[in-house]
Design a protein around this ligand. Structure first.
Ligand SMILES: [Zn+2]
Ligand SMILES: [Zn+2]
Ligand SMILES: [Zn+2]
Length: 330
């Protein structure tokens, strides 16, 4: 992530809607990859009733992206939405905001790696998001059980994942080291890009060599995973990765996105362990192992858990290298 600055020199975060020093209203332009003061865009021919800001920002305060010249009302990120939470009370609005923030970070990272991001209106292989609740968090809704997951270009996130308390309970119940909204988005995007990137016999062969045969019964594999005690073999980045080759892939994919985004952030903030270029995988790895030690030490100084509580085994590194070669970010 870039170290954004306001025209007055004040640091801006990716999520900011205004500068804390000079008060300028700002928005992020995903094409120019810059935070811009909305005042300079106000004179532009109006693309939408909400002006340069995405309609979800203007009407609900959940988005700070700028609408492109040819867009209608919604920004590149919000155009991907198929279902948003029922905004029946303030907590749903808060959860939705958290979901949108994580989604925009995912999309920033994908665009940074020059991966295609298009809605289903723009491409038959486009991507869509559904944020849905089930009865465990809202007795009013019809759905008994909504699984966070992926099917046919649609990423579904259970809205309750945006509730920090529920998410932490779920993390403990699942015996996971790390559970965040951003992690969910990155993981699920891996399922989408599997279909786009594993597109030849050769790539399929290499995939199966590293991850196993993805044709094995998915429901069976998941049932087996949930019925056995949590262990994690050296060949896997997480316990969940062991459940099925496609889950292993999605976990490794998510880690690749964690790495590249965090390295870029560190690079822009002047840390020697950072890097805004991802052309050489070996360099990237060296910097990453250095950076995670720094990151975890900083967190420990603040009395927090490790930011990156994972060990990368030789098998995991081979899988990460495969993802790197497929994306080819050079
Ligand atoms: Zn300012
Ligand atoms: Zn938006
Ligand atoms: Zn998955």
């Amino acid at each position: 992530m870039i170290d954004f600055r306001c025209a007055c020199g004040q640091a801006l975060f990716f999520e900011n809607t205004a500068c804390l020093r000079c008060g300028s209203r700002v928005g992020y332009d995903p094409v120019a990859r810059r935070m811009l003061p909305l005042s300079v865009l106000d004179g532009r021919p109006p693309q939408s009733a909400s002006g340069p800001l995405c309609r979800n920002g203007a009407e609900h305060g959940v988005c700070n992206w700028i609408v492109g010249e040819h867009d209608q009302q919604y920004c590149l990120s919000c155009r991907l939405n198929q279902t948003i939470p029922n905004l029946c009370d303030g907590s749903r609005l808060h959860w939705w905001k958290q979901l949108e923030q994580a989604k925009r970070r995912l999309i920033y990272g994908l665009l940074n790696l020059r991966l295609p991001v298009a809605s289903k209106h723009e491409s038959q292989h486009g991507l869509a998001f559904r944020f849905i609740e089930d009865r465990r968090s809202n007795p009013e809704v019809a759905e008994e059980h909504v699984y966070t997951g992926y099917a046919e270009g649609v990423i579904t996130i259970n809205v309750a994942e945006a509730d920090e308390v529920r998410r932490e309970l779920e993390r403990r119940h699942a015996g996971e080291l790390y559970r965040t909204l951003l992690g969910h988005f990155r993981h699920e995007s891996g399922h989408y890009f599997f279909h786009l990137l594993i597109d030849s016999a050769e790539r399929t062969r290499r995939f199966r060599e590293l991850f196993g045969d993805e044709r094995q019964d998915y429901a069976d594999a998941l049932r087996r995973y949930h019925s056995r005690p949590r262990t994690q073999g050296d060949d896997f980045i997480s316990a969940y990765a062991e459940s099925h080759p496609l889950e292993d892939w999605a976990e490794v994919w998510a880690h690749y996105l964690h790495m590249t985004d965090t390295l870029e952030t560190a690079g822009h903030y002047g840390l020697p362990q950072g890097s805004a270029h991802f052309d050489r995988f070996d360099d990237l790895l060296l910097k990453w192992s250095d950076l995670t030690v720094t990151l975890n030490s900083l967190n420990r100084s603040m009395g927090l858990e490790d930011a990156y509580p994972f060990v990368l085994s030789a098998a995991t590194l081979r899988k990460l290298r495969f993802v790197h070669e497929l994306i080819d970010p050079s």
